[in-house]
Design a protein around this ligand. Sequence first.
Ligand code: F6R
Length: 365
Amino acid sequence: EKEGYEHFMIKEIYEQPGGIDKTLNRRLNKEGTIVLDGIKLTKEDLDKINKIYIVACGTAYHAGLVGKVAIEKYAKIPVICDVASEFRYRDPFIDENTLFIAISQSGETLDTLAALREAKRKGARILSVVNVVGSSVARESDDVFYTWAGPEIAVASTKAYTTQLTAMYMIALHMGLTKGTLSRERYDEIVAELKTMPDKAQKILDNYQIIQQLADEQFNNESVFFMGRGLDVEVAFEGSLKLKEISYINSFAIAAGELKHGTIALIEDGTLVIALATQNHLYDKMLSNIKEVKARGAYVVAVAKEGNEEVEKTADKVIYIPDTMDELTPILSVIPLQLFAYYVSVARGNDVDKPRNLAKSVTVE
Ligand code: F6R
């Protein structure tokens, strides 16, 4: 039930600190080591794996894009991230040294399930990140990580995504430590920072009025652009999907460096651009991209980390998220975008929890 919230979506957005906390903290032992009961990958198994495919649809795919970056960074195994409907018809390179990771909230998405079966047939080991216990994807996997997000009712996925991100970081950290490609010291630092995510997420939620106000000003736009660099691109994709599916605004996400290869032609006076600028090592580059779109008349709302105030000089508005490591920002930076999509949808009078043409679980092709 909605427990006093107006929609399931906003209730589920507010359940994120709790979901992240549960997914993470119940799997940490006294020494602060991640214990993955449902995953039996030993050092020997991991040393054999020379390639990983992460396959999913929609929002779960966007979580996979972040997972790819984390696994490559911590476990030093090349990762290919693919949408399930493409993967299954691609005749992918798979053998017994391949690990296939499926991500699915429902565990019943037909394309994801078919992709999993195809990978299994070719000899891959199957690991899945699933929210629904006992679902088809979970049952057909060798290893399972359950995101303990609780039931997700709203069609637009929110708490499933942030717990999927948490899961992917944990799997990547576990692999890196087991393989020895990540030092214990660095591992401990990242786990300690992950533990701060629930409180930091809560802080963003406590400041929802800033975003509600922005939505009230901007809900009449016909198109919205999201851009970023590095991990901010993956979050831009998710923010854009969230907005379009419940607001029906034509939204689009792009790697900011790609702008001048075509898309900048669409920027005109007043075009709303949401610029994610959370990555310290790419901050200056993002500032230049913001200037590029500003010069063509865009109205720029930036998302930045507290402490990186320089963006105020260029952007029209800045939404701050609490400071954290560059590599963990997606868990936080997506939250203002979810809130924005929600309040825009409300302002437009849409059926927030049941957007037109969409189903919660896509069990047809
Ligand atoms: C978007 C959304 C969808 C799902 C996708 C996969 O908000 O909810 O894009 O993420 O249909 O569903 P699952 O995770 O159940 O496989």
